[in-house]
Design a protein around this ligand. Structure first.
Ligand code: ADP
Ligand code: MG
Length: 607
C-alpha cells in the first residue's frame, strides 16, 4: 500500500535537513534578508534560539500574495528561468520557511515600501492562518518561537543554550564578513539582561577598506594588523581576502573563513588548500587565520550539494586549489621577514619592571604570548634532534658577505632592517641595534629558516634526485585510480617518483625521490591515488618533499648553544633580510622580536 505523504509530514521531513538546529534557522532567515537587499539586519535570540529567534530587516518586503506563497513548499522568487546552473542568490530551494513553519510557531510580518499597511501570516506547527493586516515599517520581521516543539525527537538533540547561541554567533559573523555593506546586530537574551553578541555597522569607504574594516570588526584588530592582502586571478576565478602572518596562528581552524561568491562555506578542498599553503610555516597543530573570498562564474560551481548549502563542488577543483595555494604563498613571500606585531607586544608585556628572572614561559596573566607560542608537541619531540651533530658544513655555516668584514660596518649595518649585531646571549640569542631600537633574534630558528629556503631553492633549480628501487614495487589500485594516477606520471616523475602502468589497475614504481629515503612506497602511492581521485591533482608528494626539507633544515641548522662571532651574526641577519619568510621558523614561531626605543623608554617610565 503506497500513499502520498501529507504536505505537513513532507515539510517536517524537509525540516530535518534544512534546519538542523537554531543556528541553521538563523542562517536561513538572515540569508533571506540579504537576498531581499536589506541594509540593516537585526537578530534577537532567546535561550540559544530555542524559545525565540527574531530577524528584522529593511529589505524589499513582501506583498500579501507573496506572504501566502512564501510559506508554501518550493515557492521562491529567486530561481530565474528555473535555472539551477546560474545561482546568484543565497537561497534558491524555496523550502526554508515552510520547513521552519512545520516544526515551530512561525510568524512573518512584512510590508513593501509603497503599501498602505503590513501583513502578517502565521504558521503553527504546519497549520497556516490567513494573512492579517498589521502595522509595521517597510521590510520584514520573521519570528520563530518554540523551534522543534512539533518534533520532540529533534528537540532532545539540542545542546545547552550557551552552545546553541555560540553557533548562532558563528553563523551571523560568517554572513556579516562577506557583506561589509550591510549592518548586522545580534542580540541575545531575555528582556531583563539583553546582551549584544555582535554589532557591526555598514562601511561607506571604498571597497577594499570596507572589507578589511569588517574583518577587523569581526576577527579582531590583531588580525587586521597582521593580515597580508591576497589577490590573485586564474582563468576568470578571482581570489581575494586576507591571511595572517604565520606567527599569528591558532590551535584550531575556527578562524578560517572561506567564501564562495559571498556564501560562507566550510569546504574540505578549500581548507586543505589553506593547510597546504601554510605547510612550510606552521607546525601541524597550528592553524593560520584567514578570510578568503572566491568569485567564480556561478555555472562553474555547484552550490546545490547539500540542503544547508555549506559545501560546494567546483567544476575544476585543481584550478581552485592551485589558485589558493599560489595566492597565499605569494602573499606570504611578499611579506618577507615580517613577524606579527603581537610578538613584540607580548615581549614587551613580559618585561615586568622589578621582576628579574621571569622567563618567557612563565609569563603571568593571560598575555597573548603566553598562550600563542607554546611550543608544540611536534617541536618538543624534535628538540632532541637539535642536539645531534650536523654533517653538512656548507649548509650549517652562514656564508659571510665580504662587506661584513669591513672595519666600520657597525654604523653601516644599523641602517639595515635587522640592524648591527652587538652581542650574543646565552649562546642562543643575537642582540642587534637598529636606528630606532633593538632586535633579539633566535639564532637557531632563524638559521633553520635560511637553510630551508636554500634547500627549497636548490630543489627548484636543479630538480629532485631520484633513487632506483632495488626491486620495483608493484601496487594494486582500482582501475579508475590507477588510470588517473598514470595521467599524472610526468608530473610525478619531475618530483622524483617514477610510476608506470602494469596491467589493469596495477602500477609499478621504479624510482622514488632520494630525499624521502626509505619510504613506504605502497602507502605513498595509495595516498597519492586517493588524492588524484578526490581532487584531480597529486599535491601530497610535493608537500611531503617540502616537509622533509623542513626536517632536514632543522637538523642542519646552527644549534642553540653555539657561540657565534660578530661577522657570523651579521651574516645571518643580512641573509634573513634577503630571504622570504624569514620572520618565522618552519614551525611558525617568530625568528626575531623587535623592541623600539620608544617602547623601551616606556618600560622605564621615560615617556
Ligand atoms: P528561498 O530563500 O530558497 O527562496 P525561503 O523559504 O527561504 O526560500 O523563502 C521563500 C521566499 O520568501 C523567498 O524566495 C522570498 O521571495 C521570500 N522571502 C523570504 N524572506 C524574505 C525577506 N526577509 N524579505 C523579503 N522576502 C522574503
Ligand atoms: Mg531562503
Amino acid at each position: 500500500m503506497i500513499r502520498r505523504l501529507p504536505e505537513g509530514t513532507v515539510n517536517r521531513i524537509a525540516a530535518g535537513e534544512v534546519v538542523e538546529r537554531p543556528a541553521s534557522a538563523v542562517k536561513e532567515l538572515v540569508e533571506n534578508s540579504i537576498d531581499a537587499s536589506a541594509r540593516h539586519i537585526e537578530v534577537t535570540v532567546r535561550d540559544g534560539g530555542k524559545s525565540l529567534i527574531a530577524v528584522v530587516d529593511d529589505g524589499v518586503g513582501m506583498t500579501r500574495e507573496d506572504l501566502d506563497l512564501a510559506i508554501q513548499r518550493h515557492a521562491t522568487s529567486k530561481l530565474r528561468d528555473d535555472n539551477l546552473v546560474d545561482i546568484r542568490t543565497l537561497g534558491f530551494r524555496g523550502e526554508a520557511l515552510p520547513s521552519i513553519g512545520a516544526v515551530s510557531r512561525l510568524s512573518i510580518t512584512s510590508r513593501v515600501p509603497d503599501a498602505d499597511n503590513a501583513w502578517t501570516i502565521t504558521v503553527n506547527g504546519g497549520a497556516v492562518s490567513a494573512p492579517m493586516p498589521a502595522a509595521a515599517p517597510s521590510g520584514t520581521r520573521v519570528e520563530i518561537r518554540d523551534l522543534f516543539f512539533a518534533t520532540p525527537a529533534r528537540l532532545k538533540f539540542m545542546k545547552g543554550d550557551r552552545s546553541e547561541s555560540n553557533q548562532i554567533v558563528d553563523i551571523v559573523r560568517r554572513l556579516a564578513m562577506a557583506r561589509p555593506d550591510i549592518s548586522f546586530m545580534l542580540r541575545e537574551g531575555d528582556s531583563d539582561k539583553p546582551r549584544d553578541r555582535l554589532r557591526v555597522s555598514a562601511t561607506q569607504s571604498d571597497l577594499l577598506d570596507a572589507k578589511l574594516q569588517r574583518l577587523s570588526d569581526i576577527m579582531g584588530r590583531e588580525f587586521a594588523e597582521n593580515a597580508l592582502p591576497i589577490n590573485a586571478e586564474r582563468q576568470g576565478v578571482q581570489l581575494s581576502g586576507y591571511a595572517a602572518v604565520p606567527t599569528l596562528s591558532r590551535a584550531n581552524s575556527m578562524q578560517q573563513y572561506l567564501f564562495v561568491n559571498g556564501r560562507p562555506v566550510r569546504d574540505r578542498l578549500l581548507l586543505g588548500a589553506v593547510r597546504g599553503a601554510y605547510m612550510d610555516f606552521l607546525a601541524r597543530n597550528r592553524h593560520p587565520m584567514v578570510a578568503i573570498f572566491l568569485e567564480i562564474d556561478p555555472p562553474d560551481v555547484d552550490v546545490n550539494v547539500h540542503p544547508m548549502k555549506a559545501e560546494v563542488r567546483f567544476r575544476e577543483a585543481g584550478l581552485i586549489r592551485g589558485l589558493i595555494v599560489g595566492g597565499l604563498k605569494q602573499a606570504l613571500s611578499d611579506s618577507g621577514h615580517r613577524t606579527s606585531t603581537s610578538v613584540a607586544a607580548a615581549a614587551l608585556g613580559s618585561f615586568q619592571p622589578g621582576t628579574p628572572g621571569l622567563g618567557a614561559g612563565q609569563r603571568p596573566g593571560g598575555g597573548f604570548g603566553a598562550t600563542e607560542f607554546q611550543p608544540s608537541q611536534h617541536l618538543a619531540s624534535q628538540s632532541s634532534a637539535f642536539q645531534s651533530p650536523f654533517n653538512s658544513p656548507d649548509m650549517a655555516t652562514p656564508t659571510a658577505p665580504t662587506a661584513t668584514d669591513a672595519p666600520n660596518m657597525e654604523d653601516v649595518a644599523r641602517d639595515f632592517p635587522l640592524g648591527a649585531a652587538r652581542a650574543q646571549l646565552h649562546e642562543t640569542y643575537i642582540i642587534s641595534q637598529t636606528n630606532d631600537g633593538m632586535i633579539v633574534t633566535d639564532q637557531h630558528a632563524a638559521h633553520e629558516r635560511l637553510v630551508y629556503e636554500r634547500m627549497k631553492n636548490s630543489l627548484a633549480e636543479s630538480g629532485i634526485a631520484r633513487q632506483a628501487l632495488l626491486i620495483p614495487e608493484v601496487i594494486e589500485l582500482d582501475e579508475a585510480a590507477a588510470e588517473k594516477l598514470l595521467d599524472r606520471a610526468t608530473e610525478l616523475a619531475e618530483l622524483g617518483l617514477v610510476v608506470e602502468g602494469f596491467g589493469a589497475g596495477t602500477v609499478v614504481v621504479r624510482e622514488t625521490p632520494a630525499l624521502l629515503g626509505d619510504v613506504d612506497v605502497q602507502g605513498l602511492v595509495r595516498d597519492l591515488a586517493d588524492e588524484v581521485m578526490s581532487l584531480g591533482e597529486a599535491f601530497g608528494l610535493k608537500e611531503r618533499l617540502e616537509e622533509v626539507c623542513g626536517t632536514m633544515a632543522c637538523h642542519g641548522s646552527v644549534r642553540a648553544g653555539r657561540r657565534l662571532n660578530v661577522p657570523e651574526m651579521n651574516a645571518i641577519l643580512r641573509e634573513m633580510e634577503q630571504t622570504p619568510h624569514s620572520g618565522q621558523c618552519n614551525h611558525g614561531r617568530p625568528t626575531y622580536v623587535e623592541l623600539r626605543l620608544a617602547d623601551i623608554e616606556r618600560l622605564f617610565g621615560r615617556r
